[in-house]
Design a protein around this ligand. Structure first.
Ligand SMILES: NC(=O)c1ccc[n+]([C@@H]2O[C@H](COP(=O)([O-])OP(=O)(O)OC[C@H]3O[C@@H](n4cnc5c(N)ncnc54)[C@H](OP(=O)(O)O)[C@@H]3O)[C@@H](O)[C@H]2O)c1
Length: 234
């Protein structure tokens, strides 16, 4: 049975990706820091939850010590953290942003390179990594730069790990995750949906399906799949 490790799969895109890989017959190593949500996802799909903060190299060592063989790694953890403002960000904010969005993917790739015999790695980036931030003029300079780093790392690690391991990136626009209350619904309808060509932001399942495609298409390496509902073109 093929195996996949999906970092940050206790919620959002990671969780949907865990469900999809399981449906396709993979044994899934679920990862995150929240024991309760991790146990729920693993229970639901018959996988194994391994609690680890992937920004800590010691915890990454422990995570990989529990995995004997691996076919696919999905570096999914990330998001907007700290004070992501050009005027106000401190050194701590910079380190926090890069640690959250880049360091974990780097540590996991280092370890996975040692155990994947023939397989692939998918990095979850963001269209912000292309230097565009459609939500407004203030931008997200730290998040965007850390996602640009992931896109660059996808290409360099694809070269360094070929032909044994293919490495690709999936580049989402807006994905419906997190809060679903009335405020969010109105915000999505008024501000986010109109920025796309398809008229709506993407679902976690649509993003997961691109991750699965990148992981399993044997012609692809060093590539990027943009799944943004046409934001970049609009
Ligand atoms: N949602 C969007 O609109 C969007 C758009 C573009 C790109 N993306 C990218 O897609 C990826 C997933 O985003 P999402 O929206 O699905 O996020 P999410 O719902 O906030 O989920 C993040 C997941 O990562 C885990 N996590 C966070 N920090 C971790 C750490 N240090 N170690 C281990 N696990 C950690 C969280 O679980 P625990 O709480 O259990 O640790 C959770 O399972 C991110 O890289 C994000 O930048 C998202």
């Amino acid at each position: 049975m093929k195996t996949v490790l999906i970092t940050g799969s206790t919620s959002g895109i990671g969780r949907a990706t865990a469900k999809l890989f399981s449906k396709k017959g993979y044994f899934v190593f679920v990862n995150g820091r929240d024991e309760k949500r991790g146990g729920e996802v693993a229970g639901e799909i018959g996988g194994k939850f391994i609690r680890a903060d992937v920004t800590d190299p010691k915890q990454v060592d422990r995570l990989f010590s529990q995995i004997e063989s691996l076919d696919v790694l999905v570096n999914n953890t990330g998001g907007i953290v700290g004070n992501d403002s050009l005027e106000k960000a401190s050194e701590e904010d910079l380190i926090l942003g890069f640690r959250h969005n880049f360091f974990g993917a780097f540590y996991c790739t280092q370890k996975a390179a040692g155990i994947i015999k023939k397989g692939s790695i998918v990095n979850v980036a963001s269209i912000c990594g292309f230097g565009v931030y459609p939500a407004g003029p203030r931008g997200l300079p730290i998040y965007s730069a850390s996602k640009a780093a992931i896109l660059n790392f996808t290409q360099t690690s694809a070269k360094l790990l070929a032909p044994k391991i293919r490495v690709n990136a999936v580049v989402p626009g807006y994905v419906k995750t997190g809060p679903t209350g009335l405020y969010m619904t109105l915000l999505v309808k008024a501000k986010l949906n109109p920025q796309t060509l398809v008229g709506r932001i993407n679902s976690v399942e649509e993003t997961a399906s691109a991750i699965y495609f990148a992981a399993t298409n044997e012609a692809m390496t060093g590539s990027q799949i943009v799944v943004d509902g046409g934001i970049l073109v609009k």
